[in-house]
Write a protein that binds this ligand. Structure first.
Ligand SMILES: [Zn+2]
Length: 199
């Protein structure tokens, strides 16, 4: 038998399903919610319901959006022929923050990971090759993470699209700005040398 009343145990179980939330944190959050005002608890419950009801994937780029096509795909001021391929919708925010990219996106919703059973069929790759096949894209910037999975995904995409007349580029990786090369690990240092550019 659970040491908590049934509804409390259920709430803790649901919170535990969230990423990064262990049993202890789930309990703390559940008690916080229990002590919160009815109004605050309602706001939380409603915002969860609303996010599920009103958000869906953009039919062009698979970004999470409340309008379709999303704000990027329907923008007249962005270069619709320059497409940045990212693993997750949250990666878009990181790129937008730089204010140095004026193209649009394609969200894969993951990266290839045979170890975790993620194959090409689990990613939004078909819609990507369809976009390329329709001749809508001049350049694809592959901005998957510089991890084993991200690199494997980048390689897979370049093979998948090699017969298409589209320019494929990969984001540079290397030493973070403001850091010291003395502390860079050998993979990072090797990538930094590989991705060097002329001054
Ligand atoms: Zn879109």
């Amino acid at each position: 038998m659970s040491k908590f009343a049934e509804p409390m145990a259920r709430l803790i179980d649901e919170l535990k399903k969230l990423p990064g939330i262990g049993g202890k944190t789930a309990q703390r959050l559940a008690f916080h919610i229990l002590r919160a005002s009815d109004e605050d608890a309602d706001l939380l419950a409603n915002s969860i319901r609303e996010v599920k009801a009103s958000l869906h994937l953009c039919s062009v780029c698979n970004n999470i959006t409340d309008v379709d096509p999303c704000v990027y795909c329907s923008s007249a001021t962005r270069n619709q022929r320059l497409v940045c391929v990212v693993e997750e919708p949250t990666n878009i925010a990181a790129i937008e923050k730089t204010r140095s990219f004026n193209g649009v996106y394609h969200v894969l919703h993951g990266a290839l990971s045979p170890l975790h059973g993620v194959g090409p069929e689990h990613l939004r790759l078909t819609s990507l090759s369809q976009r390329v096949d329709r001749g809508e894209i001049d350049e694809l910037i592959i901005a998957t993470n510089p991890t084993v999975e991200g690199e494997a995904t980048a390689t897979y995409i370049s093979r998948m699209l090699k017969s298409f007349p589209v320019k494929l580029t990969r984001i540079a990786t290397g030493i973070p700005a403001g850091s010291d090369i003395e502390y860079a690990d050998e993979v990072t240092m090797a990538k930094a040398i590989e991705g060097r550019r002329e001054l």
